[in-house]
Every structure is written in C-alpha cells, then in structure tokens.
Design a protein around this ligand. Structure first.
Ligand code: ADP
Ligand code: MG
Length: 728
C-alpha cells in the first residue's frame, strides 16, 4: 500500500496541522517537535482506562484513586488576603463529586465548565458531601470538541506548554491527514515478529481501544526506532570496510610468540580469545574497528600490547592514546616493563650519537630484535629525562617520523599537528567514552595512506545492549574472566562518625606493607575547591597517621609533580595516597589494598566502581570503605548497590535504572535522539532482533538501492545524529 512516508512527513512543519497555528506551533518547535512526523511520534505518556477508573457512585473513601467526569460547576473565591480557593463539581453518569484547591488559582482557568477531566487523589466526606481536596488534574478535553470516545484515554506529555487536550486534537488531525502511512520495513521482518503495520501502530499508540492494543503499537514503533538506528550503524560499518584502505598484518610471528612466552603469568581464556579475535581482524585486509570491553583489572593492557606487537613485527608502528597524562605515563611504564620481561626492550645505554637510530630491524650485536617504545605528552621532555634512554620532545617526534619509535604512547597530543608517523599500523585508544568520535577518526588519519587497525579499550561496564547501540559499528571482544587469584573487594558503608574504622584498617594494612587510597569529596564544577578540600584533608590525615608516609595528588598539580607522586606510590615509598578523582581510571598498583571514598554518595555509580577498581588488583584481599550519609534517595541507592555487588555489569544496569538511560554518560550520545520510546534495558530483546534485521538488510543490499525508503527515513529521522555515521 503506497502511502506517505515518515521521511516526507518530517519535511512538513507542525504549523500545517489544524489546531496548531501560530503561537502553539512556535512553542512546539522550540520544544523540539518541528515536523508532522515528530508530532506523530510524540506518544502518550500514559493511558487512563475507563474500565478501571472508579464510577463516582462507587468512590471508596481514603484511597488513592482516579475518577473521570465533566466539570459541571467551577468557582473561585478569595477568603483572606493570601488565600484563594477554587471549587469545582464533576459529574459522570453515576453521580457527582466536589473538589477543592487552595492557593492554586490557575485551576480556575484550567477547569472550564464542560471539560472532561480526570482527578487523582483521596476522596473524603465533608459536610455530608463527597469531596477531593487538592487532587492532581488531567484535563482530558475542552468542552468544544471531544475525542474521548473510546475506553482508553491517552495522556500526551505536555510540550512547550501545549497540554494534552490540544495535543490530542492536533495529533488526531495530523493522523487523519497523513494516512495511509507507508511501511518501509521489509515485511519478512515485521511478519516474523508479528508486528502490526506502521499505519495501524501510529493510530493505535495515540487512540487505542484497549491498553493492550496501545502496547502492541508501542512494540512496533520501538522496533522501528531500533531498526533505524541499527541500519545507520550497519551502513557506517559497511562504508568503513569498503572505503578503508586497510592493512593485512601477519599477526602470527616471532615477536608475538616471544612476548607471550615471556609473560610472567598464563593468559586467561578471555584474553586468549580476544587476542585471537584481534589477530583475525588484523590479518584481514580491511581496517579493524574493535572494542575491547573488560572489567577493571581484567587485563586489557597485555591484550593491547600483543596487538601492537602484531603490527610492529611486520614493520609498522603502534600507537596508544590515553585520556590523561597520568594514564599515558602509566601505560608507557607498563608496556616498557612488559617488553623488558620479554627481553624486547632496547639496550639502555646507547653509544653517543646513536640514540634512536635502531629499531627491531637492526641487529645490535646479537641480542635479537627489540621494540622501542616512546612517550609523547605535553611534558615529554621531563618525563623521558627521568626514564632510561630518555629523549627530548624533538627527538621523540623525529623517532616517530622516521619509524625508529615502534610504539608511541601519548595523550590526545598524538593526533595533533606536527606528529607524523612513518607507518602507523595499529592504534589503541584507551577509555573510549572520554574521547569524542572525532578523535577516534583523527588517530585513523595519522595512518597516511593506509588506515591503521583500531582497538578501543573501555573499562566502562556498558550493558551489552547499550554497547550495541552506542558502538554498533564496532566489533566487540569482552574480557569476562578475571585473572586467577583475585579476591573480590569487600565493601563497607560507614557513616562519617565511623571513619576511624577505616583509618584503623589503613594502619593495620600499612603495618603489613600494603598501601591505601583516600579519595576526597567531589566538588561539582570547581577544581579549585576540590583541590582545596583535598589539601585540607591531606593535612588532617597527616595528624591521623603521624607515622605513615602520605602523598597528595590532584588535578592542579603540574604533570611532572603528579608523575613524581604516582611514581613514589607505585614504588611503595608512600603508604597512603590522598587524591581527588584524578586517580579514577586505570591506575594499577597491585600492592594497594584499601580504598576509602569520602562523601561517597556524591559520586556516580560508574565512578565509584572505577575507584573501587583501583584495589583488589593483586594477590592480597582488599577493602573499600564508602563514607557517606546519603541525603538523596539516588545517593542511598548507589551506596546500596556498591555494597551489594562488585559486578560492573550489574552496577551499570543499576546505574541505568537509577539515572535513566538518557544520561548514562552525562551527555546525550550520538544516535540516541531518535530513541523516543525505546528503553534499552526493557526492549533489549527487540534491540537484538532489530540489529539482526538491519545488519541482514545492509549485508544483502549495502547501498540500500532496493530500499530507498529505509535509507531516506534513517537520514530524515536520525537527523544531525547521523551525520557522523555517514561521514568517513
Ligand atoms: P585493566 O583491564 O584494568 O587495564 P590491567 O591490564 O591493568 O587491567 O591488568 C591488571 C593487573 O592484572 C596487572 O597488574 C596485570 O599485570 C595483571 N594481569 C593481567 N593479566 C593477567 C593474567 N592472565 N594473570 C595474572 N595477572 C594478570
Ligand atoms: Mg587499564
């Protein structure tokens, strides 16, 4: 059945809809409902079912109920200078009830005589009459025109001050003028899932005869949203593969073998599997786009290094990009020590003038190949000066451009101008969500001629369903197995008066040679205040632990000083590290066994989980103390969740529940705009179906030339959010 498409309807402005001229259409536009398609997809927030609302004749007293009826009388009076009272009477076919509001003068305007309304609250008998005091009001319809004929009354969310009554009529008009609405989704998919037609779904979500019908309609429209999103992701992936001028590496080789053989531990099954998956991608001629997802401490670094070496052994360079200098430095040190343990590090003392002239292809006197790793940050010179074989920034840049540097570790400084790689073959990006997508692209462009293989690592335990939508164009490897011998961190909630319990524990652990972190309260939006409070806490704790060695680290320290503090802590020269959240991600000091988080209820759940992940990384049992007196239900829920589980995936799902999916990462994610109805947790199964269908469609018909209406719809409805999907 040919009909009007959503793509077409999204080009028609809301001002075309009867009932939405002038002021109202302006208000809707400002609130983001600009087209007829937007209006049609503005689904009711809830439904009132007449068959389950109470007849006025049967109203029970003192119970929370909803009644519906027409306003038959309304009045307002001022009883004192500062008190107005609005009275109303509503009537249905069985009886009548009075309602009264105090100091809510606007109710007088809201409750026009003849309007159909729903009132929710508790009824009582007052002077012999049935009455509700200050009930909540839903205006169902204005007196002039009624659309509430069925049993089920849709309540649309008010937008831009336009209430449910107007919206209902406008949407009714819009549906009437738009029908029949085209169904671009191939029928094989909708049949398999027994979805109703789109035309029917758009009618039924707004004006259902039964609640069940509304839910069936919802399912169809949720599928459509997810299908559109997944088509966009599939197209992008296709395009990356088609356009990428990738490199076919030879991942099996002497270097990787030697590296694996020299590891001081056995790789976990998950690590082996991930390394194999990555090797498969790297061997293929197209560029890899893979997400390596793993719980904190699951051992992502060694997987990353194996991938880098797979490129390096073919003569390419590898790059590692970390979100902060502290982390870049730590990666650099970690990679160097892994290389050293495999006897792959370059000899430490170079003859004068020869610094940086050798790499793995030079034979430096029979010691076999080596891999040269360099660090490039804004403070490279200082950092490298203190590292063996250190080089100045210019020297490092030179080594990168000549290819003498085999592995380059850095922050986003890696993708700045002036950094020229000789032959970048594989890039690892740590902690993806901190980098914008553009930065991911920027690193690719450093490949000059060929697209490097890309491995994105994240410790953020994104629920799988969410990962599929956020990173739908990436392949995913999951490290779902911890290295053996770890004991889960014990988590205890203490109120501030009990803080000494945590302090006693720190003392006992320090006596055994262990170390502790104390994380200071988060100060929203003020680095300065945060530093001030951390500095004050540092001073106070010095008094609490007069015989322990304390260090302080925060965001306003110079990177060189940060580094010095971290090195001292890593080396065991400090017992307690007092810190702001700069230590949040990635820090790896296995000897640290105590994590104390002050005012823990102020942190987000994923942040708490990351912080707790700094301990429990070695053979020793570890503890986490959350010091908090939660003042909000959310804060309390987060503390409870942390005490209840150490499973990052469960916490992430809990977080999604507590916060709502729109704000998972604080900002709206690309591709999420079109998810109006879909709930990623609740609709997880439908997401999997939609993804399978979308990827199937794009695989069969990569340019969607057989389904132009699908392509048009994706472009039209995902709007700006897909420009990144279609950009190379
Ligand atoms: P993350 O995934 O958080 O980046 P890391 O790569 O920092 O984890 O590894 C955490 C710790 O676990 C490191 O000290 C590392 O040496 C150790 N590790 C990694 N893999 C294994 C393994 N298979 N067996 C034992 N220890 C391991
Ligand atoms: Mg890490």
């Amino acid at each position: 059945m040919p009909g009007r498409s959503l793509a077409y309807l999204s080009t028609l402005g809301v001002e075309n809809v009867k009932g939405l001229k002038g002021k109202r259409s302006k208000a809707l536009e400002e609130a983001g409902i600009t087209s007829v398609a937007d209006l049609l997809l503005h689904a009711p927030r809830r439904y009132l079912d007449r068959s389950t609302t109470v007849k006025l004749a049967d109203v029970p007293l003192g119970e929370e109920i909803t009644v519906m009826g027409r306003v038959t009388k309304t009045s307002m009076r001022r009883v004192r200078r500062n008190m107005t009272i609005v009275d109303a009477v509503i009537t249905d076919e069985s009886g009548a009830m009075a309602a009264v509001w105090f100091n809510q003068a606007f109710r007088h305007r809201q409750l026009q005589e003849g309007a159909e309304v729903a009132l929710s609250g508790k009824a009582e008998r007052y002077r012999g009459k049935l009455q509700m005091s200050s009930p909540a009001v839903d205006v169902l319809d204005t007196p002039s025109e009624s659309l509430i004929t069925g049993r089920v009354v849709p309540i649309h969310p008010t937008v831009g001050g336009v209430g449910p009554g107007y919206l209902r009529r406008a949407i009714h008009n819009a549906i009437g003028r738009s029908r029949p609405i085209e169904d671009p989704v191939p029928p094989e998919y909708t049949k398999r899932l027994k979805l109703m037609s789109r035309d029917e779904a758009i009618g039924s979500i707004h004006f259902p005869d039964t609640y069940a019908e509304a839910m069936t309609a919802r399912k169809r429209l949720v599928y459509d949203e997810l299908f559109r999103l997944e088509v966009a992701l599939a197209l992008r992936k296709r395009r990356q593969m088609a356009e990428s001028n990738g490199l076919a590496h030879t991942p099996d080789g002497a270097l990787v073998e030697r590296f694996k053989a020299a590891l001081p531990y056995e790789l976990t099954g998950a690590q082996k599997r991930s390394i194999d998956e990555i090797a498969g991608d790297m061997a293929a001629p197209h560029a890899m786009h893979r997400l390596l997802q793993g719980e904190v401490g699951s051992g992502k670094t060694v997987v990353a290094v194996a991938s880098l070496l797979a490129g390096v052994q073919g003569g390419y360079q590898g790059a590692v990009m970390a979100p902060t200098e502290v982390l870049a430095t730590q990666h650099y040190l970690g990679i160097r020590s892994l290389l050293e343990s495999a006897d792959l590090a370059p000899p430490q003392h170079q003859p004068d003038g020869e610094a940086g002239t050798s790499s793995m292809f030079d034979d430096d006197g029979g010691d076999g190949p080596f891999v040269r790793c360099v660090l490039l940050t804004s403070t490279t010179a200082e950092a490298n000066d203190r590292a063996p074989g250190g080089a100045s920034r210019d020297e490092v840049l030179e080594m990168i451009s000549t290819g003498d540097a085999d592995i380059v570790v850095g922050t986003h400084s890696l993708i700045q101008e002036g950094v020229e790689f000789a032959s970048l073959g594989v890039a690892v990006v740590d902690e993806q969500h901190r980098f914008g997508v553009w930065q991911r692209v920027g690193l690719r462009e450093k490949g000059r001629g060929a697209d490097p293989d890309l491995l994105i690592m994240t410790a953020t335990p994104i629920p799988r369903t969410l990962a599929m939508t956020l990173y739908g164009d990436l392949d995913v490897s999951v490290l779902d197995e911890m290295p053996p011998g770890r004991t889960p961190v014990t988590t205890t909630h203490l109120v501030p008066e009990q803080a000494s319990t945590a302090h006693d524990f720190i003392r006992a652990e320090a006596a055994d040679g262990r170390q502790a972190f104390v994380v200071c309260p988060l100060v929203e939006d003020s680095d300065k205040l945060e530093v001030k409070s951390a500095t004050a806490e540092f001073g106070r704790l010095k008094g609490v632990f007069p015989d322990l060695r304390l260090g302080l680290i925060h965001g306003q320290l110079h990177p060189v000083d940060k580094d010095a503090v971290m090195s001292a802590f890593r080396a065991g020269d400090l017992d307690v590290l007092v810190a702001t959240t700069v230590i949040e991600v990635g820090i790896d000091v296995p000897n640290a066994t105590v994590m104390v988080i002050e005012d823990a209820d102020r942190f987000g759940l994923s942040q708490l989980h990351q912080l707790r992940g700094r301990v429990g990384r070695g053979e020793h049992a570890s503890s986490c103390y959350l010091i908090a007196e939660p003042t909000t239900p959310e804060g309390e829920a987060r503390i409870e969740a942390m005490v209840a589980t150490t499973d990052g995936f469960r916490l992430a799902e809990e977080d999604l529940r507590i916060r709502g999916q729109g704000t998972v990462f604080g900002t709206r994610q690309a591709g999420m705009k079109d998810l109006r109805l879909a709930d990623i947790l609740r609709d997880a199964e439908l997401l999997i179906e939609a993804r399978r269908d979308a990827f199937g469609l794009v695989n069969k018909n990569p340019d969607l030339s057989d389904h132009p209406e699908v392509r048009d719809e994706v472009m039209a409805l995902l709007g700006e959010d897909v420009t990144w999907l279609f950009r190379s």
